[in-house]
Design a protein around this ligand. Structure first.
Ligand code: 5GP
Ligand code: ZN
Length: 117
């Protein structure tokens, strides 16, 4: 189990100390709407524990990434976008990661370009 990081905004959301529109709660994850949406559906599936990225979460061996992917699909179904959405794990500064607490972005409701910018 990763320790809480007192400086981390997503640890604050998980603890209920920073407001967030929580859509789903799983044993190891919670899903909240992004505060700066980049698509009609833009939801973050956060780990409850503080892992800086997906690789460190995978190394913990708790199955959290399976839950993240399953919860992302449940979000997409609830939002009516399960026929086509993007699940993104930005990793590292050059990968566009700005919050170093595991989260998957569920983006849908508009066309998606490939490759992304
Ligand atoms: P990253 O760039 O790390 O992959 O994504 C971080 C995401 O978290 C961004 O899309 C940003 O809008 C979102 N975000 C940052 N702070 C907060 C917050 O306090 N609440 C919520 N709901 N989203 C946040
Ligand atoms: Zn955190």
């Amino acid at each position: 189990m990763a320790e809480r990081d007192p400086e981390c905004p997503f640890c604050g959301i998980v603890a209920g100390e920073i407001p967030g529109e929580v859509l789903r709660e799983g044993p190891q994850t919670i899903a909240v709407r992004d505060i700066n949406p980049q698509a009609p559906t833009h939801v973050l599936v956060l780990s409850r524990s503080h892992f800086p990225d997906a690789a460190s979460a995978a190394a913990a061996g708790t199955g959290i990434l399976d839950e993240l992917v399953s919860e992302a699909h449940e979000v997409a179904k609830a939002e009516g976008v399960s026929d086509g959405y993007r699940l993104v794990l930005n990793t590292g500064l050059r990968g566009g990661q700005t919050v170093f607490h595991l989260h998957g972005h569920v983006l849908g409701g508009r066309g998606m370009e490939w490759p992304p910018g």
